[in-house]
Design a protein around this ligand. Structure first.
Ligand code: UDP
Length: 340
């Protein structure tokens, strides 16, 4: 049987690289695209080691129409998984045009190249950020959508654009996957999250404190309406997230219809619970101090993951201990990330 070829954009990034391996292990071939704007070439060496094959890779920007057309035209691409995007909320507020250009413009360019080459199956990386400040927990996919920053707006605009594309042409089949909080790393410790500069997200900050690169974690507020007052999120192991993409592709290619689905565990943990779990998994202390709330943060956010279970046959398998142990293995084996 031939292996369907999947185009991955943002292929050397955190979620892209783990999904690359999951696809290869699940009977797909992959061509990866990235411009290394927020990832390292070294990822390709690591993927080579882990998969036992030379990665099929094209260095290109998703905003380049010629490059996207060339990648798709030259091969029989069955579907695309579009990860390539900027993702820092704070930065999006100071550089909104860069965010709209890359996140919305890149998606538009990719879709035009796909349409021109009659490739109309797409998995899109969306985010729980499209739920804004949720009124009801756990969050279902039919919850009201809103945004509070340009990053979130870029995801919501992208979702709306893709819904219009599907409406206009039934040949398109699109999955909008709304990620909760990806953490963890491949069990090998060879690939993982590799943020540039000061991490914005909780888990990479914790791991850098534990490995001794940063003095202490700042906990952004302990006066939320949550059991211990700190923010509660739905952390999901990146390997589970990767499997969710495989299942979404199988669904699209089999059913020829679209789906919008949360990818989360359905369980929320507070910042302090994350600190304790990480200390236990790593055997290293994580000193912290309570500081003011981070502007724009919400108190609690966790998924109702039942739609993905019912329609994709997918549920997260890995618990908090595995998330912490795998994050720690990656960080301790690569104290400076992918950098040689
Ligand atoms: N957080 C924190 N200190 C940090 C980074 C994050 O206390 O240095 C908290 C943040 O306020 C939130 C949770 O950790 O309650 C998850 O934050 P993250 O930025 O990872 O994800 P998001 O807020 O986008 O869900």
């Amino acid at each position: 049987m031939t292996r369907p070829l999947i185009l991955l954009t943002g292929a050397t990034g955190y979620i892209g690289s783990h999904t690359w391996l999951a696809l290869l292990a699940s009977g797909f071939d992959v061509v990866g695209v990235d411009n290394f704007s927020n990832s390292s070439r070294e990822t390709l060496n690591r993927l080579h080691r882990l998969s036992g094959q030379t990665p099929d890779f094209v260095e290109a920007d998703v905003c380049s129409a010629a490059a996207m057309d060339a990648v798709i035209r030259g091969r029989r691409v069955a579907a695309a998984v579009h990860f390539a995007a900027f993702k820092a909320v704070g930065e999006s507020a100071s550089q909104p045009l860069a965010y709209y250009a890359n996140n919305v413009g890149g998606l538009l360019t990719l879709c035009q190249a796909m349409q021109a080459n009659d490739c109309k199956t797409l998995v899109f990386s969306s985010s729980a950020t499209v739920y804004g400040n949720p009124q009801q927990l756990p969050i279902r996919e039919d919850a009201p959508l809103s945004t509070t920053n340009p990053y979130g707006a870029s995801k919501l605009i992208s979702e709306n654009m893709l819904r219009d594309v599907e409406q206009a042409d039934a040949a398109w089949a699109i999955a909008l996957l709304r990620y909760f909080n990806p953490v963890g790393a491949h069990e090998s410790g060879l690939i993982g999250e590799d943020p540039r500069g000061t991490p914005n997200n909780l888990m990479p900050y914790i791991t850098q404190v534990a490995v001794g690169q940063r003095a202490r974690l700042q906990v952004f507020g302990n006066d939320y309406d949550t059991p211990d007052g700190t923010g509660v999120r739905d952390y999901i192991h990146v390997l589970d997230l990767a499997d969710g993409h495989v299942q979404a592709l199988r669904y699209l290619l089999g059913q020829r219809r679209g789906i919008t689905a949360n990818l989360g565990t359905g369980v929320g943990y507070s910042v302090l619970e994350m600190v304790r779990a990480f200390e236990q998994a790593s055997g290293h202390p994580v000193p912290f101090e309570i500081v003011a709330r981070r502007p724009g943060d919400i108190g609690a956010c966790y998924a109702d993951p039942s739609r993905a279970r019912e329609m994709l046959g997918w549920t997260a398998q890995r618990g908090l201990a595995a998330m912490c142990a795998d994050s720690w293995r990656w960080q301790s084996q690569n104290p400076h990330g992918m950098a040689p």
